[in-house]
Design a protein. Structure first.
Length: 271
């Protein structure tokens, strides 16, 4: 990878931020499109708890489960990648050509553009989460510790970078498959289940949970959201962050190998 010309990549970051603000209506439509899943989740878990003889289900209290369901959907909307289709188009149409002949790394271009876009979305997420938590505190007596807020704010950037590295690896399939959109959609669905964006992974049986614990996806959504909902604290936060960093290094290394192999196949047509 090329040395970092910081002014150039600062412009990439700004480009991402401006793109997020330019398409803010689209962002809010996607964000509030999660309203229906939230309503369904709340109705589902309310029915389950109402018909349960215990005050906890899957080791969650009612307020923790409702908080998790809402916060997981909001967080998944913000940390979503989305650039894999852009990369597929760049490969197919030859737009990678300019990154070959110019002194700019495509990897760093994508990283800084992604972070610029997410910087705006995280700011919005923090505000919306604060409103949601305040409502939950009033309606369900949901308790939030300031340590949990700090832990979440520290962990969420690592979740973003981890999700970026995962999808950057997956995007390399575009060098071998011309139309990879179906693969991306299938992977996103399975990753959403494994990350806990739909349900906490505690609902699965023990064998499935053991498999999921060996995968990186839970550290994108399940782990940070459980910090905010009070299920994870103290040493467990530090342990989870260490695992996030390990997976991040692994995927960055794998993505480098995949892209090196992919570029050897790249024909540089179009552009």
């Amino acid at each position: 990878m090329l040395p970092l010309p910081w002014k150039t990549y600062a412009k990439c970051f700004k480009m991402g931020a401006l793109s997020a603000m330019e398409y803010r209506v689209d962002f809010f439509i996607r964000l509030f499109s999660g309203a229906l899943p939230i309503v369904i989740q709340c109705y589902l878990w309310t029915s389950i708890f109402r018909n349960s003889s215990s005050t906890t289900v899957f080791d969650y209290t009612y307020s923790q489960m409702i908080a998790y369901s809402i916060l997981a959907i909001l967080t998944s909307t913000v940390v979503a990648a989305g650039f894999e289709r852009e990369i597929s188009t760049d490969v197919k149409e030859g737009s990678l050509n300019k990154f070959i002949v110019q002194p700019i790394s495509y990897f760093y271009f994508r990283v800084f553009k992604f972070l610029g876009d997410k910087s705006i979305r995280i700011a919005v997420l923090v505000v919306i989460n604060a409103i949601v938590i305040a409502i939950l505190h009033v309606t369900l007596d949901f308790q939030l510790m300031w340590q949990a807020v700090i832990g979440f704010l520290i962990v969420i950037p690592l979740s973003l970078l981890l999700n970026f590295s995962i999808y950057y690896c997956i995007s390399a399939i575009s060098f071998w498959v011309i139309e990879a959109w179906g693969i991306f959609a299938t992977f996103t669905l399975l990753a959403g289940i494994a990350s806990g964006s739909m349900f906490p992974i505690d609902i699965f049986n023990a064998p499935v949970q053991r498999v999921l614990q060996w995968l990186p996806f839970q550290y994108v959504i399940y782990f940070p959201v459980n910090i905010l909902s009070g299920k994870v604290s103290g040493v467990s936060i530090m342990s989870g962050m260490s695992i996030q960093l390990i997976w991040l290094v692994v995927f960055l290394f794998v993505s480098k190998l995949l892209w090196q192999a992919g570029m050897r196949r790249y024909e540089a047509v179009g552009g």
